[in-house]
Design a protein around this ligand. Structure first.
Ligand code: NAP
Length: 241
């Protein structure tokens, strides 16, 4: 483990990312908190991290923008290396494929896949030198099973599942563990407009999950209780898959 315990969480101004940031702060990590634009929401997460007795550094940048990622992270990584990286930033732009624009396809793949690549490439290079680290990618049930209207999002998350397994194999010798957490339907802004009554019968546990239930899985995968788990996809979905 690095001298100072740091966790970098992307897309952490609200929803699942915010819950992960606060949970890892409660686990004893200072937080590097990335988000794109919602400064007020990010500031509220800072207050919760500080209430856990940890420091929180705000890093607003678009994970899919190479220059922005390097500009924000390279100076920090020259001095310190996070033990944990959680690639959580993401969004969906649903629609049937026959009507999907190239931009709707590309923007979703960019955030999930390029975002993963750009951030992880910089961080894992530092982790390799330290011979320690945990990387958790937030994927989705949609990347595990087909979902109508989500061809772009499913492709992005399935791609991230493949990247998780390959990176895990690549860095295991240096004691860096790489896993993915695959949430089903979680109550956040992303799912706020979904037809709940139609969806509930498809979930064996009969309810949407909470962001905290995803955060607890991430916390476990980053803990000393998960030292022999790598390359795995942990589903948090109420039994859907
Ligand atoms: P959310 O409430 O919409 O929050 C998304 C977060 O990602 C926000 O902090 C947002 O920042 C940030 N973000 C979006 N695009 C970004 C970019 N290009 N660069 C940096 N940050 C960016 O979403 P959520 O429901 O918590 O979802 C979090 C992750 O879980 C996503 O990867 C999503 O695909 C995945 N997931 C969610 C569900 C679900 O049911 N909610 C299910 C499966 C998987 P700003 O606020 O500043 O824009």
């Amino acid at each position: 483990m690095t001298d100072k315990k740091i966790a970098l969480v992307t897309g952490a101004s609200r929803g699942i990312g915010a819950a992960i940031a606060v949970t890892l702060a409660d686990d004893g990590y200072d937080i590097w908190l990335n988000y794109r634009s919602d400064h007020d929401a990010a500031q509220k997460v800072v207050e919760k991290v500080v209430a856990c007795g940890r420091q929180c550094l705000l890093l607003p940048f678009d994970v899919a923008d190479e220059r922005a990622v390097e500009g924000a992270l390279s100076p920090l990584l020259a001095a310190e290396t996070p033990f944990i990286l959680v690639n959580n930033a993401g969004f969906a732009q649903d629609g049937v494929m026959a009507l999907m624009s190239h931009e709707e396809w590309r923007s979703v793949l960019n955030v999930h896949l390029d975002g993963f690549f750009l951030v992880t490439k910089l961080v894992v290079a530092r982790m390799l030198r330290k011979r320690a680290g945990r990387i958790v990618n937030i994927v989705s049930t949609s990347g595990q099973i087909g979902v109508a209207g989500q061809v772009n999002y499913s492709a992005a998350k399935a791609g991230l599942i493949g990247a998780t397994r390959s990176l895990a194999a690549e860095v295991a010798r240096r004691k860096i563990l790489v896993n993915a957490v695959a949430p089903g339907f979680i109550e956040t802004e992303m799912t706020a407009d979904l037809p709940v009554e139609k969806i509930l019968p498809t979930i064996p546990l009969g309810r949407f999950g909470q962001a905290q239930e995803v955060a607890d899985a991430v916390s476990f995968l980053c803990s000393d209780k998960a030292t022999y788990i790598t390359g795995q996809i942990l589903a948090i979905n109420g039994g859907i898959v």
